[in-house]
Write a protein that binds this ligand. Structure first.
Ligand code: THU
Length: 128
């Protein structure tokens, strides 16, 4: 059974792979799939800043491209000693794939747990 601490630790380890030469802020995410697998992601920046992909979306897109569709939770952390919260676009992507639990952490391993509805109330969905 994966717990929140394991997800935070996986995200902290993953963030070291971040490609963040512009902001200097390394972000890591760890997505728990319903089959128990953990898929990590990092932010991947671009000289054309708008082409940057956040860590959370990297994790979700990696997972979906590997055939995963059911997710339990995602943890996100950064180099900062304060909690990092998913941006609006990432919240929408998390809503699309019904990631129900979002754990936000800091660089020291402190964290808080939120339900998806708390971070994106009344999310737009096409199919339900
Ligand atoms: N970033 C993430 O990867 N996830 C978040 O939750 C917020 C922001 C990244 C995008 C960019 O590479 C850097 O953090 C600064 O905005």
């Amino acid at each position: 059974m994966t717990n929140y601490r394991q997800l935070i630790d996986a995200a902290l380890a993953a963030r070291k792979q971040a490609y963040a030469p512009y902001s200097g802020l390394r972000v890591g995410a760890a997505l728990l799939c319903s089959d128990g697998e953990i898929i990590t992601g990092v932010n991947i920046e671009n000289a054309s800043y708008g082409a940057t992909n956040c860590a959370e979306r990297t994790a979700v897109f990696k997972a979906v491209s590997q055939g995963k569709r059911e997710f339990a939770a995602i943890a996100v952390v950064s180099d900062m000693d304060r909690l990092i919260y998913p941006c609006g676009i990432c919240r929408q992507v998390l809503a699309e794939f019904r990631v129900s639990t979002i754990i936000v952490g800091d660089v020291n391993g402190n964290y808080k747990v939120y339900g998806a509805e708390e971070l994106l109330p009344c999310a737009f969905t096409e199919f339900d």
